[in-house]
Design a protein around this ligand. Structure first.
Ligand SMILES: Cc1cc2nc3c(=O)[nH]c(=O)nc-3n(C[C@H](O)[C@H](O)[C@H](O)COP(=O)(O)OP(=O)(O)OC[C@H]3O[C@@H](n4cnc5c(N)ncnc54)[C@H](O)[C@@H]3O)c2cc1C
Length: 372
C-alpha cells in the first residue's frame, strides 16, 4: 500500500477546504483531497459572489465581519487582482413586506432607508409601484471568488502542501493515531488530523470515517443569466425583495444574474436547474423590473448545505483528530477567510484570536452524538 504521510488531510477543495488548508499549511504539511478534476466544480464555482454583512445567522454575520478586511486588503502577494468591488444591496418592500423591512433595519448594521424613487435613479427599470419602501446596504461588495479560491490554493502549495485532484476519498479509517484516506487511484493519505470540508457530502465523509453525521441538508439554489439591453446595468446595485423570494445583480458588466432564491432539499449531487425554478425566477423578476426576458442565456444550480440550526460547523468532532468545516449554507465565500483561520486555530489548540464568542456558536459537537 502506497501511504503518503502528512500532518493534516483536508477532504474537499471548494472554498471551505481551500481556506482550511491554506491556514493549516504554514504549521502542518497538508494534503487537500478533491474528488473532481477542478477544485471549484461544485458549490464554490456556482455562487452569486456577493458579500453582505447582515446576511444569515449570527455566527455567519460575525465571520463575515471578521473576513471583511481580508477582501479589502488581502495579504501581500495573495492575489494579482482585487478581491472585491463595491456593490450596494437594495432591499425592496412591496406593501406586504414593509413590516419585514422595518425589522431588518432595526436589527441590521449599516442599513439605511432609501426611497423607491432614489432606487429608480440607480436602476431605472424598477417598476413604479412594485416597492413602497426600500433600504440600502452601501458597504456590500462583489467578491472575486475565483481569485480568492486560487489565492488559498497557492498558499497551500507555497507552504509545501499538496492539492490532489481526482482523488475522491472512498475509505477513511483511523489506525495507530493516524487518519487514513484511500482515494480513487488506491493512494492512501495519512495524518493525525483530518478536516471534513466536503460541502454537500460532509455527512457522507463523516459516516465513512465512523463519525456521527451532523444532519447536513443540501438545498438547491437556481441562477440564470439574462440580457437587460438596452439598460446599462454595470453600476446597478443588487436588487431583491425583503422576503428573499428573488434577487438580481449585474454580472460581467452587461448582464444580470437572477435567482428565485429557492431552497429545495437535495441529496449530494452535481445539481442541475429545474425548469420550473427558472420560470419562477423570470416571473418574479419581471414583476419587479420592466425588462422582458426573451431568452435565458445561461442557467445553473448549486447546493447550499446547512446544518440543522443553519449555523456553520467549524471545529472538533467528538472523535479525536476529526474536524469539521461544513454547513457554509449561503455564506461560505463571504465567511471563508475568517472561517479557515478559526478552523486552523482550533486544530492547533491555539487562542481563537478575538473569535472566542463565535466558537460555541459553530461548535459541531452541539449536534453530534459521537462515540468518543
Ligand atoms: C446560487 C448560489 C448563490 C450563492 N451566493 C453566495 C454569495 O453571494 N455569497 C456567499 O458567501 N456564498 C454564496 N453561496 C454559497 C457558497 O457558494 C457556499 O457556501 C460555498 O461555496 C460552500 O463551499 P464548500 O467548500 O463547503 O462546498 P463545495 O464548493 O461544494 O466543495 C466541496 C468539495 O468537496 C468535494 N468532495 C466531496 N466528497 C469528497 C470526497 N469523498 N473526497 C474528496 N473530495 C470530496 C467535492 O467534489 C467539492 O468540490 C451561494 C451558493 C449558490 C448555489
Amino acid at each position: 500500500m502506497d501511504i503518503q504521510r502528512f500532518e493534516a488531510l483536508v477532504v474537499g477543495a471548494g472554498i471551505g477546504g481551500a481556506t482550511a488548508a491554506a491556514h493549516l499549511a504554514p504549521t502542518r504539511r497538508t494534503a487537500l483531497l478533491e474528488a473532481e478534476e477542478s477544485a471549484g466544480y461544485h458549490t464554490t464555482g456556482r455562487s452569486a459572489a456577493i458579500w453582505i454583512l447582515n446576511y444569515g445567522t449570527a455566527d455567519a454575520q460575525l465571520l463575515t465581519a471578521a473576513s471583511g478586511d481580508f477582501f479589502r486588503r488581502p495579504p501581500p502577494g495573495f492575489s494579482e487582482t482585487p478581491l472585491m468591488a463595491p456593490r450596494p444591496v437594495v432591499h425592496l418592500a412591496p406593501p406586504d413586506q414593509v413590516p419585514a423591512l422595518e425589522a431588518l433595519m432595526a436589527r441590521g448594521e449599516g442599513i439605511e432607508p432609501i426611497t423607491p424613487e432614489a432606487v429608480r435613479e440607480m436602476a431605472p427599470a424598477l417598476r413604479p409601484g412594485y416597492a413602497v419602501a426600500a433600504a440600502i446596504e452601501r458597504n456590500a461588495f462583489d467578491m472575486d471568488v475565483a481569485a480568492l479560491h486560487a489565492g488559498f490554493l497557492r498558499q497551500v502549495k507555497a507552504c509545501g502542501g499538496v492539492l490532489a485532484l481526482r482523488q475522491r476519498a472512498g475509505r477513511i479509517w483511523q489506525e495507530a493515531g493516524l487518519w487514513h484516506a484511500e482515494t480513487s487511484d488506491g493512494t492512501v493519505f495519512a495524518a493525525p488530523v483530518l478536516v471534513n470540508a466536503a460541502g454537500a457530502w460532509g455527512d457522507e465523509v463523516a459516516r465513512m470515517a465512523g463519525v456521527a453525521p451532523l444532519g447536513l441538508q443540501p438545498k438547491r439554489r437556481t441562477a440564470l443569466i439574462v440580457d437587460p439591453a438596452p439598460h446599462d446595468v454595470s453600476d446597478w446595485p443588487l436588487l431583491g425583495d425583503v422576503a428573499h423570494s428573488w434577487y438580481a445583480r449585474p454580472e460581467a458588466r452587461s448582464k444580470l444574474m437572477v435567482s428565485p432564491a429557492d431552497e429545495t432539499d437535495s441529496d449530494p449531487m452535481d445539481a442541475q436547474p429545474d425548469e420550473l425554478d427558472v420560470a419562477i425566477a423570470v416571473d418574479r423578476f419581471e414583476q419587479a423590473l420592466d425588462i422582458p426576458v426573451r431568452r435565458v442565456e445561461h442557467r445553473w444550480a448549486g447546493l447550499r448545505t446547512f446544518t440543522p440550526d443553519r449555523s456553520l460547523a467549524i471545529g472538533p468532532s467528538g472523535t479525536p483528530g476529526f474536524f469539521w468545516n461544513c454547513g457554509q449554507g449561503g455564506y461560505g465565500i463571504q465567511t471563508a477567510p475568517a472561517a479557515g483561520r478559526l478552523l486552523a486555530l482550533l486544530v492547533n489548540e491555539q487562542d481563537p484570536e478575538g473569535m472566542s464568542d463565535i466558537v460555541p456558536m459553530v461548535d459541531p459537537r452541539r449536534f453530534a452524538k459521537d462515540s468518543a
